[in-house]
Design a protein around this ligand. Sequence first.
Ligand code: EPZ
Length: 422
Amino acid sequence: MDQFVINGGSPLEGEVTVSGAKNAVLPILAATVLGDGQSVINNVPKLHDVKVMKEVLENLGAKVQDDSEQIMIDTSTVNCCEIPENLMRKMRATVFLMGPLVARFGKVKISQPGGCSIGPRPIDLHLKGLEALGVEFKQRHGALEGTVDQLVGAEIHLDFPSVGATENIMMAATKAEGETLIYNAAKEPEIIDLQNYLNRLGASIRGAGTNVIKVKGVQELQAVEYQVIPDRIEAGTFLVAAAITKGNVIIKDVIPEHIEPVIAKLNEAGIEMKVEHNQIEVIGKEDWKGINIKTLPYPGLPTDMQAQLMTFLSLAEDTSIITENIFENRLSHADELRRMGAKIRIEGNTAIVNGVDKLYGTNVRATDLRAGAALVLAGLAAEGETIIENIYHIDRGYEYLEDKLSNLGADIIRKSDFSSED
Ligand code: EPZ
């Protein structure tokens, strides 16, 4: 298992360019199944999760060719609707294929997706939405089979603005007869990106980014070329990396309004930033104030930035209260941060963080993607050496992280260590 070895204490300086958004490219890659012919997707980040999605598409019969940040996918040869268990287990985002497969073939077979370290990750809202469009699901030996003769548009009210459920329903509804209305839809920027891609295919969708999305079903969808938006969570992670190391960094190829809540919170803590239309400069400060944070659906503070901000606030001058409202179990990074000297108390879904003067390098373990990123940030700021195990979690969502950080002056290397247990 690979490790990161970080020697902390150097302020980051220089420029870094954000890669394409993981949480936009995964549903868009799934949606290529809807377009007949070869789609070309640009600004694709080199991530483990993208590699798995490519494997899933090839397993369905698609021809996939990737060339640096571009992927060409010919889905005219897709001939099956089953996602094998081993691929489902590798990545939960394979559930995004349910919508496209029932829209194209009228059937889908997946194994019940498992939970992960941040929560049980049910898909009841996905299933309810697809059932409202006419899909009938049956459980068979741990597999879930959905069939439908003809999808028919419906009014769907989501109990929770689930990102994945909104995306799956949008994709299925593109080929449903009549009109579909999705109420209480998720409003994340990645939903807008998916709407833009689907409309380029020939779909007729309006309202992404608001809580009501209207989809008018169409007969045909043609493959196209499309450029994915920048990754707002990677951008936010680099904002925090610059701030926590008291450095001076320009983060390029950013859409500032996508991370407005993170910018607002760092400003509240006393961090100075120069925000321009496609870049943000962080001017590091010697110290910063504790603040209170509650994660919420977009446009609230994203849950995917909570762990990184917890690391940042563990070095604040005073106390912060962090409440995780999206996932049931997304505070486990506090245990690892405590091993580095952080003073954090967990009460239910809330962390009380008492700022300390220093964190100290030691051996820690990544438990999920963003917890891993939070430990990298802690290592960058800590005194001494930090060794982070299980960094495959980090590779799922950050492209060339150690290279980008080294180019900013960080002392970080990747070690392929086959001795450590998972
Ligand atoms: C997407 O996950 C993102 N993943 C997550 O990013 C992100 O944290 C999450 O949205 C929230 O913004 C991708 O886009 C690939 P949800 P998703 O459905 O779609 C519950 C990262 O670090 N729920 O909005 O799974 C669910 O359990 C990852 O990049 C149901 O109860 O998120 C959770 O508590 C982590 N039933 C809450 O809703 C359902 O059918 C939010 O889930 C679906 C969800």
